[in-house]
Design a protein around this ligand. Structure first.
Ligand SMILES: Nc1ncnc2c1ncn2[C@@H]1O[C@H](COP(=O)(O)OP(=O)(O)OP(=O)(O)O)[C@@H](O)[C@H]1O
Ligand SMILES: [Mg+2]
Length: 253
């Protein structure tokens, strides 16, 4: 199917959420239901950054996971205008969600979950390779090598901007410091332009210099037409990048 022209024109929201409700069922507690989100509505257009605010436990990270398709929802719609047209994540198949995550949705979780034994540069380069249309079967092997080299070059350029020492690039990030892991995570999320970028506390473990780098990267993503939804406890970062804030309140029943 033909991909839409991108960035989308301003009147078309990249993300439109309406009537979203989410409760957790605690099976080990006799099926106790824990309502968290109720009646959540939001729209995010290309180039906007919406910050989710609210008290601890109000459901910010839960909403983020609903937008990423990792949590199902109990009611409402999460409509994403992806490259092949609008998709309601609440009703999408697993294959559709995986395809959206390869091309359209980027998610920077609070903590890096890197596969063991994969080097930092390949954790990032893998994202570039996943986002590309599959290579034709008759591609020569050296063409594949060229793709890998190009993806690593793109990954390295971003890790450099994020001041991750080159001596760490060939090592798996499992033993990295919190801030180093977070920079690998950010690089993985931002190395390919996405329509929707989800950021859960992307600067929580970063020093002032790297916070500024991340602020610049978010500005660049917005300028490129990405719609951003973020949780930023750091008010300086939030003020620098957010177009507006949405306050979440814990559902009462
Ligand atoms: N997988 C889960 N199973 C059961 N309850 C959960 C689950 N995930 C989150 N919760 C509950 O949902 C509520 C909202 O959690 P969430 O992590 O979304 O809050 P938050 O707004 O991100 O808070 P914080 O600012 O502290 O990160 C909390 O009470 C939490 O205990
Ligand atoms: Mg949270």
């Amino acid at each position: 199917m033909k991909r839409d022209a991108w960035p989308l024109q301003p009147p078309v929201p990249v993300l439109r959420v309406s009537g979203l409700a989410k409760a957790f069922t605690l099976h080990l507690r006799g099926g106790l239901r824990l309502p968290v989100l109720h009646g959540v509505a939001l729209e995010v257009r290309a180039g906007e950054c919406v910050a989710l605010v609210g008290r601890s436990g109000s459901g910010k990270s839960t909403l983020m996971k609903c937008l990423h398709g990792s949590y199902g929802i109990d009611a409402g719609e999460v409509r994403l205008h992806g490259g092949t047209g609008p998709v309601n994540l609440a009703q999408a198949s697993v294959q559709q969600v995986l395809a959206l995550r390869r091309r359209d949705i980027a998610y920077v979780s609070q903590f890096l979950r890197a596969p063991p034994r994969v080097s930092a540069i390949d954790v990032v380069a893998e994202r570039v390779l996943q986002s590309e249309p599959a290579a034709p079967l008759d591609d020569a092997l050296d063409a594949d090598d060229a793709r890998v080299d190009a993806a690593r070059a793109q990954a390295g350029a971003l890790l450099q901007r994020l001041n991750l020492p080159e001596s760490l690039w060939s090592l798996p990030p499992a033993t990295f410091s919190g801030g180093e892991q977070q920079r690998v995570n950010i690089a993985r999320g931002l190395v390919v332009p996405a329509r929707l970028l989800l950021l859960d506390e992307p600067t929580a473990s970063l020093d002032a210099t790297n916070r500024q780098v991340v602020i610049r990267l978010i500005h660049e993503a917005k300028a490129g037409g990405t719609a951003v939804v973020g949780i930023f406890h750091d008010e300086e970062v939030r003020d620098a990048v957010a177009t507006r804030c949405i306050e979440l309140q814990r559902a009462l029943k």
